[in-house]
Design a protein around this ligand. Structure first.
Ligand code: SF4
Length: 362
């Protein structure tokens, strides 16, 4: 890392942006019988204060593991093997950002960050809620861990939050157990719990996948309102590029545990700079295409976790791959502008010229 970059990280700023969270070359690996699965392998990304960063990519690209790493929720046989996760502001406002990776996993500071400063909504709401306690118990407990409220005040806040996430008759739902609710209702309860302490960063991992489109639109509106009120930042993980277009300020595209492109949402949608991003966008069904026209797909499959290709991890599926280069050398991350970068050799003129020269001589 250059000295300038280290300085910008320590001050929590990049260009004109106040950076709330900076993930710096994070590696989270899983040590299994057959070898090492490099689920997250050198991910760097940042989240500006008050903005929404959407993380997209196919299943298995490391989106959820990156998100869980931020809260240190990686279980054995996985662990964070390298990198930093710097959180600015909050208790660290007067000083340096706190490195979440360096915190004691059982310590007070990490407990305060989890649920208080950073909240997370998981993919499977049923697995995240306890079947033994009522929704009210769980909501009140989450509120009282982080906020100095009486049980009665916390309960009133819980009812209000359930109403805000679109749950009808919230007083009654407070008395219900999760197994008495539908998956969609449970997801809304999870979102209410996550928002209950007004986190500075909300990490939402496919939070609206189980919901019907009306509820989904309501939840997205609610998140946008809360963001405007509280300057909350969001990392939003989704497969749905329609949702991305609606809510993202910036987009991070991941493939096989690495970031392949990042940039402002308009630039990613209108001028993608990485072949994988182009392929993802080309595979969105569009109105007005002929009924008989085939939907574009990305050739091949995501490789098995223990069979990571050499060179560019996308090269076996890339229609623009350069033989002898892409299958041999790892591509560099090229800065294309402020908060705009792509990891592809097509943007590295020097390397391309060298390769062409070598090819001509041989
Ligand atoms: Fe395709 Fe090569 Fe770029 Fe990888 S580095 S995305 S294989 S062109």
């Amino acid at each position: 890392m250059t000295e300038d970059r280290a300085l910008s990280l320590s001050k929590g700023r990049q260009g004109d942006h106040d950076i709330l969270l900076e993930i710096d070359r994070l590696r989270t690996h899983f040590f299994v019988d057959g070898g090492v699965v490099r689920a997250v392998d050198g991910v760097s990304l940042s989240v500006p204060a008050g903005k929404t960063v959407c993380v997209v990519g196919e299943s298995g690209c490391g989106k959820s593991i990156t998100a869980r790493s931020v809260l240190r929720l990686i279980e054995r046989p996985g662990r964070i093997v390298d990198g930093r996760i710097l959180l600015s502001g909050g208790d660290s406002a007067a000083g340096e950002p706190v490195d979440v990776v360096a915190l004691d996993p059982e310590g007070e500071r990490l407990r305060g960050i989890r649920g208080g400063e950073i909240a997370m909504v998981f993919q499977e709401p049923m697995a995240s809620l306890s079947p033994m306690y009522t929704v009210g118990n769980q909501l009140v407990e989450a509120i009282r861990v982080h906020l100095d409220l009486t049980e009665e005040e916390a309960s009133r806040r819980g009812v209000e939050l359930l109403g805000r996430v679109g749950i009808p008759r919230p007083e009654r739902i407070m008395e219900s157990y999760p197994f008495q609710l539908s998956g969609g209702m449970c997801q809304r309860v999870m979102i209410a719990i996550a928002l209950s302490c007004r986190p500075r960063l909300l990490i939402a991992d496919e939070p609206t996948t189980a919901l019907d489109v009306t509820t989904q639109a309501r939840i997205l509106d609610l998140l946008a309102d809360l963001q405007a009120e509280t300057e909350m930042s969001m990392i939003f993980i989704t497969h749905d590029l329609g949702v991305v277009a609606e809510i993202a300020d910036e987009v991070v595209v991941m493939y096989l545990g690495t970031v392949v492109e990042q940039g402002p949402v308009d630039e990613i949608f209108h001028d993608p700079q990485h072949p994988y991003t182009r392929a993802l966008l080309a595979s969105i069904p569009r109105m007005g295409r002929g009924a008989r026209q085939r939907l574009a797909t990305i050739p091949g499959q995501v490789p098995a976790p223990l069979q990571r290709p050499a060179g560019c991890p996308f090269h076996p599926r890339c229609t623009e791959a350069i033989p002898g280069l892409c299958d041999v050398e790892e591509p560099p991350m090229i800065e294309l502008g402020e908060r705009r970068r792509a990891c592809c050799v097509l943007h590295d003129r020097e390397r391309l010229d060298r390769h062409q020269g070598e090819a001509a001589r041989s």
